[in-house]
Ligand binder design. Structure first.
Ligand SMILES: C[S@@+](CC[C@H](N)C(=O)[O-])C[C@H]1O[C@@H](n2cnc3c(N)ncnc32)[C@H](O)[C@@H]1O
Length: 264
């Protein structure tokens, strides 16, 4: 399939040459095991909560997601996903009725959180990775979310699925900025969705694995701006989040990216 690049022609791409990010995490609170096309699956629980206030119990929300022992790195939760889900939890009151699309979702913990908080959610992963789309489906089943749509969406591809999408309010992207050669493909997809709704925001977490990588020049090229959200502002500056040790000491950053001409 052809990919779409601003100011350039289509180029062929292959997922076979992908280098997985460093350090696949181990599940840390298994609930049980089920089959997934012959692979071992562990259901992992994340329990998001807020501090009880005076005279009131704090809100609590549990999300269960599959973790599959598989080579595809969309088959288990990454530290970035827990941080992004915590950001959604912190902003849960703004989510009901919002159109939310998660890209490169894999297990899709953030998208599941958004759906549980009342957003109209579409989950996606590469159309070339059916196992990852299947794990999105399994996440929805585990959380009893039959209305969540799942689509194949490969970054940079002008596919029918992308063209047919309704305008979105929020795009979620957890740990998708790990391979610099993909950055522009991701931003072309985001740019296309910004054309449908110039007010759409990309809420994204990325894990700092190399000091050399930067998005700044690409954001400028694509007329986008970026605000870094301090982790402490949404209670994510901890090694344990949602009763999971997964964030650990990984350096994760939270970004809100929007159209440069829109005021954030
Ligand atoms: C490091 S994993 C992160 C998974 C999940 N978002 C998380 O944080 O737990 C990267 C995800 O990007 C997906 N992906 C990789 N290449 C892609 C592409 N070209 N288009 C769309 N998704 C892709 C993978 O299948 C995988 O789900």
């Amino acid at each position: 399939m052809a990919t779409w690049r601003r100011g350039g022609g289509p180029r062929a791409r292959s997922l076979g040459s992908r280098r997985p990010p460093l350090l696949p995490p181990a599940p840390d609170s298994p609930l049980g095991e089920r089959g997934f096309r012959g692979h071992v699956v562990r259901a992992q629980r994340f329990r998001f909560s807020e501090e009880p206030g005076p005279g009131a119990e704090g809100a609590v929300l549990e999300v269960h997601v599959p973790q599959v022992l598989h080579l595809q790195y969309g088959m288990y939760v990454w530290p970035c996903a827990v941080v992004l889900a915590q950001y959604l939890w912190f902003h849960r009151r703004s989510l009901p009725g919002k159109a939310v699309l998660e890209i490169g979702g894999g297990v899709s913990l953030p998208g599941i959180m958004a759906a549980k908080c009342g957003a109209e959610v579409i989950l996606s992963d590469s159309s070339e990775l059916p196992h990852c789309l299947e794990v999105c489906r399994q996440s929805c089943q585990m959380n009893n979310l039959p209305r969540v749509r799942i689509i194949g969406l490969t970054w940079g591809h002008m596919s029918q699925e992308l063209l047919a999408l309704p305008p979105q309010d929020i795009l979620l992207a957890s740990d998708v900025f790990f391979e610099p050669e993909d950055f522009e493909d991701i931003l072309t997809t985001v740019y296309f969705l910004m054309q449908k709704n110039p007010k759409v925001q990309l809420w994204s977490t990325y894990q700092v694995r190399s000091a050399d990588w930067s998005l700044e020049a690409l954001l400028y090229k694509w007329d986008m701006k970026c605000v870094h959200i301090p982790l402490e502002s949404f209670d994510a500056d901890k090694e344990n989040i949602a009763e999971s040790a997964l964030p650990g000491r990984h350096t994760v950053e939270m970004l809100v990216i929007s159209f440069a001409k829109d005021s954030l």
